[in-house]
Design a binder for this molecule. Structure first.
Ligand code: NAP
Length: 292
């Protein structure tokens, strides 16, 4: 009986630039599914660790290593995706597909689609609080959304190939425009990060040292959950604020208005209005399908 390949293309070579949490986790999973993976990262010791950890078959600092790759993932920090792909283009095979994993899509997709027609924007909605090659783990993307953000000009074959690989990672694939992506993630990712950061910032303003100490000892699961995303890597918060500035400001301003309404209800002791609002938020939570 003839073996049926589950790979999009037999013998397909995957390239990954930026061997950290996301790039490393993609490498681990795709190698375990039989792909040949070539990694490039800025530090030699990261490249060596990537080979030792089974993230890549070969790895080095030179982008020319990716000349034979069929599909390349750009997994560097948000601010360096565009310059890295610009540098990569002269080394690429003519029909190579390039995708990225950046958390903001519009500025990246706008520039890189014009430079490389086979560029497909992407964003796996998965992560941990850790970073770097040591943080790479298998099955990070299983059951998680993976958004693919083509433009009307992106070749369908390239989009379909990226989607197929995302499915092989176990992710649930969504397709939308880069602008829609950025507006949606402002609500469910970037606004929560700043709200959570402000929760921590406000708690730090408690003036009485003994109360602050007591609060830090009493903090339990509710505080752990609500402070988690605001207490993470500052670079991520700055990057998403810089790259998704307009959508983030829009959501923050609506959030501030909403907070003011809650404050007014409490100041005026309008418990009925407050209860009504909290009933609506209780119902609203079921709209976020992964929590139901
Ligand atoms: P990370 O763990 O810090 O990994 C990025 C790696 O890229 C670094 O470890 C660094 O490796 C390498 N690197 C940095 N600059 C480079 C350059 N100029 N050339 C080559 N390699 C370079 O970060 P991450 O969390 O994986 O995030 C990577 C991307 O994924 C970001 O664009 C982010 O927006 C996106 N993303 C993150 C998450 C998340 O939750 N973390 C979720 C979805 C998407 P060296 O050790 O070699 O310096």
């Amino acid at each position: 009986m003839m073996a049926v390949s589950t790979l999009p293309r037999d013998g397909m070579k995957i390239g990954i630039v930026g061997l950290g949490l996301i790039g490393g986790s993609i490498g681990l999973d795709l190698r375990s599914r039989g792909f040949y993976v070539i990694g490039v990262s800025s530090r030699e010791q990261t490249c060596q660790k990537a080979i030792a950890r089974g993230v890549a078959d070969e790895a080095g600092r030179d982008l020319s290593l990716l000349a034979t790759a069929d599909l390349i993932f750009a997994c560097t920090p948000l601010g360096s995706i565009e310059p890295i792909v610009r540098e990569l283009i002269p080394h690429l095979a003519p029909d190579a597909i390039v995708t990225d994993v950046g958390s903001v899509k519009t500025p990246i997709v706008r520039v890189l689609s014009a430079l490389w027609p086979n560029f497909v924007g992407g964003h796996p909605m998965a992560g941990t609080a850790e970073s770097g090659i040591e943080a790479a783990i298998p099955d990070l993307f299983v059951g998680r959304p993976y958004v693919v953000t083509p433009t009307p000009e992106t070749p369908e074959a390239a989009v379909a190939e990226v989607e197929e690989i995302a499915r092989l990672l176990g992710a649930e694939v969504y397709r939308c425009g880069p602008e829609e992506h950025d507006r949606a993630v402002a609500w469910i990712s970037h606004l929560p990060l700043l709200v959570s950061a402000n929760l921590l910032a406000a708690c730090e303003k408690e003036g009485e040292r003994n109360i602050a100490d007591l609060a830090s000892k009493l903090a339990s699961s509710g505080f752990r959950d609500t402070s988690r995303v605001g207490g993470g890597n500052p670079e991520l918060g700055v990057m998403v604020s810089k790259y998704n500035r307009e959508e983030l400001l829009r959501s923050l301003s609506i959030y501030r208005d909403s907070l003011d309404e809650f404050i007014r209800d409490i100041e005026s002791e309008n418990w009925q209005a407050l209860e009504q609002k909290l009933k609506l938020t209780q119902e609203a939570r079921s709209n976020y399908k992964q929590f139901t």
